[in-house]
Design a protein around this ligand. Structure first.
Ligand SMILES: Cc1ncc(C[n+]2csc(CCOP(=O)(O)OP(=O)(O)O)c2C)c(N)n1
Ligand SMILES: [Mg+2]
Length: 301
């Protein structure tokens, strides 16, 4: 082997090791996010725990890999903006903010209590790192478009990420915003949709059939990828593709993420009424044990 071939081989091995390490580190963050969400859910005995578990990999990919922020200064002007449209997913977002060091882990136990900075539905006036009050569904992407435009006018290189649920695809305002983003060539905007096939009134395809979702976003001019939202390698690859696309073309990107409600905790993955879960007192510890067993089992494979 020549010296050049040897150097190339070493570089390839390093790249492979780094890619594996990256997936490992972000998966560990997702595990901690799930753990925090279970602890918070236990405070109230119920809540949107299934969504937090389902979306934990998406949130980890954003907070542990993608987002530029300063934990000690959540309003730092150069930060990337993460907009949670779905106010009811706040429990998952708080878990991610704790993982990111923006909210102290000890504070999570105040979740949903009087005078807490962590109300059950996400509100920007209460929580550091919560950019918008997103409980009224279908408005996050409209705000994201305005922010992305504003940042571009200011000459900022910050990116805007909007987290939507599949229920928000029922809303006309989402599609108006999608059209606007394409019109304004907002390459600094990435939308992520949690397609958990569930809404408050039942399965998404029984509430309002939004499929074929991929083709819809494509026809609205977005760079569209659909991935298994509980597969970290696929998620990170999609973010890398989106970044390359944005730099090259100036087109908004959407990552459509198929996820499983309750992911990582078999007891909850099987629940029928999954939109708002009531979990019995004795079940919380079982949930945590199942989560840890599953995570350690995967990590050792
Ligand atoms: C504009 C608006 N309409 C209705 C609601 C009531 N609502 C709260 S959560 C929800 C379900 C929306 O679907 P999705 O976010 O996909 O539900 P999940 O996956 O969390 O079960 C609805 C209709 C709302 N918050 N805002
Ligand atoms: Mg849903």
């Amino acid at each position: 082997m020549t010296a050049t071939e040897e150097a190339r081989m070493t570089a390839t091995q390093e790249t492979v090791a780094t890619a594996a390490e990256r997936i490992h580190n972000v998966s560990a963050a997702a595990y901690r996010i799930r753990h925090h969400a279970l602890n918070m859910g236990e405070v109230q005995g119920q809540g949107y725990v299934g969504q937090a578990l389902g979306a934990a990999d998406m949130l980890a990919a954003v907070y542990a890999d993608q987002l530029r922020f300063q934990a000690a200064d959540p309003e730092w002007e150069g930060r990337d903006r993460f907009l949670l449209s779905t106010g009811h997913y706040a429990i998952g977002h708080y878990a991610a903010l704790a993982e990111a060091g923006i909210v102290p882990v000890e504070e999570l136990e105040t979740y949903g209590s009087d005078d807490s900075r962590l109300p059950m539905s996400g509100m920007s006036t209460y929580t550091p790192g919560m950019e918008i009050s997103g409980g009224s569904l279908g408005h996050g992407l409209t705000i994201a478009v305005g922010m992305a435009l504003g940042l571009r006018y200011q000459g900022s290189t910050a990116r805007v990420y909007n987290f939507l649920s599949d229920g928000e695809l029922d809303e006309g305002s989402t599609w108006e915003a999608a059209m606007g983003a394409h019109h304004h060539q907002l390459g600094n905007l990435t939308a992520m949709v949690d397609i958990n096939a569930l809404q408050a009134d039942g399965k998404t395809d029984t509430v309002l059939r939004t499929e074929p979702v991929t083709e819809k976003w494509e026809s609205f001019g977005w760079y569209t990828q659909r991935v298994d939202g509980n597969n970290m390698a696929e998620l990170l690859q999609a973010f890398d593709n989106a970044a390359a696309q944005a730099a090259a073309v100036g087109r908004p990107s959407v990552i459509l993420c198929d996820t499983k409600v309750g992911r990582g905790v078999p007891l909850l993955e099987e629940r029928e009424k999954a939109h708002f879960m009531r979990i019995e007192e004795h079940e919380w510890q079982q949930c945590r044990e199942q989560l840890t067993a599953g995570y350690e089992g995967r990590a050792s494979r």
